[in-house]
Design a protein around this ligand. Structure first.
Ligand code: ADP
Ligand code: TYD
Length: 212
């Protein structure tokens, strides 16, 4: 019989080290022979990856917050239907680099208060939360420096500047209090291996039926 699937998300400001930690966790699970799907948002399925280019490239004012919310939700719905649900149903561990908490922050808070709309659309179209959400906490200045040093075309949100990063850090910390049952806050301002040890300590108690 398949073990039940486990859904884990990583959240945090740009450059906090989410992708690095998601990959290290995925490697650690692979090394133990646990069937793992490492995926990301926006994206994670062919259709959602196409939407990713629309929302992450171009001028910061390319979309209103409302239009953006619809695009991110459309991408998430496709990702859920084609990647996340099938993997969970097959008993796999799904590690997702950002999920709905990012929408609660970036579209819900960044330009006015759209949080109620975000939650309503989430309930209608997505209706699933991760079992564990790892928040990599990091000071916004360092995060932005790290993110900018990557030099990609996907800088639309980074171009909103440090003010947005400050608001997002505070918002993520208060979201961690709101959903204290599933959030674990981890200090990201350390070497990657030290952060990864704390991630493992947070995740491994949930793997009892995978680690046999
Ligand atoms: P995010 O996915 O949160 O934007 P990344 O994992 O892509 O963050 O990391 C952003 C940049 O910072 C990358 O160049 C990465 O190599 C580097 N980085 C990640 N974690 C650390 C760390 N703990 N210390 C120093 N640099 C890091
Ligand atoms: P990501 O590729 O994870 O960027 P980074 O590695 O720099 O953290 O995500 C790109 C941007 O998309 C990021 O600035 C946050 C934004 N975003 C939203 O605005 N809403 C969402 O629902 C998601 C998933 C991401």
């Amino acid at each position: 019989m398949n073990p039940t699937g486990l859904f884990i998300s990583f959240e945090g400001i740009d450059g906090s080290g989410k992708s690095t930690q998601a990959r290290l966790l995925s490697d650690a699970l692979d090394a133990r022979g646990i069937d793992t799907v490492l995926t990301r948002e926006p994206g994670g399925s062919p259709g959602a990856e196409e939407i990713r280019a629309l929302v992450l490239q171009g001028d910061p004012d390319r979309w209103s917050a409302e239009t953006e919310l619809l695009l991110f939700t459309a991408a998430r719905r496709d990702h859920l239907e084609r990647t996340i649900r099938p993997a969970l149903n097959a008993g796999k561990v799904v590690i997702c680099d950002r999920f709905a908490d990012s929408t609660r922050m970036y579209q819900g808070l960044s330009r006015g208060n759209l949080r109620d709309t975000v939650d309503t659309l989430h309930d209608l179209m997505i209706g699933i939360e991760p079992s564990i959400t790892i928040l990599i906490d990091m000071d916004p200045e360092t995060g932005l420096q790290r993110a900018k040093s990557r030099n990609t075309a996907e800088e639309r949100f980074e171009d909103f500047g440090q003010g947005l990063q400050d608001a997002m850090r505070a918002g993520f910390l208060s979201l961690a209090e709101e959903f204290a049952d599933r959030f674990r806050v981890i200090d990201g301002a350390r070497v990657p291996d030290a952060v990864a040890q704390d991630v493992w300590a947070a995740v491994s108690p949930h793997l009892t039926c995978h680690l046999t």
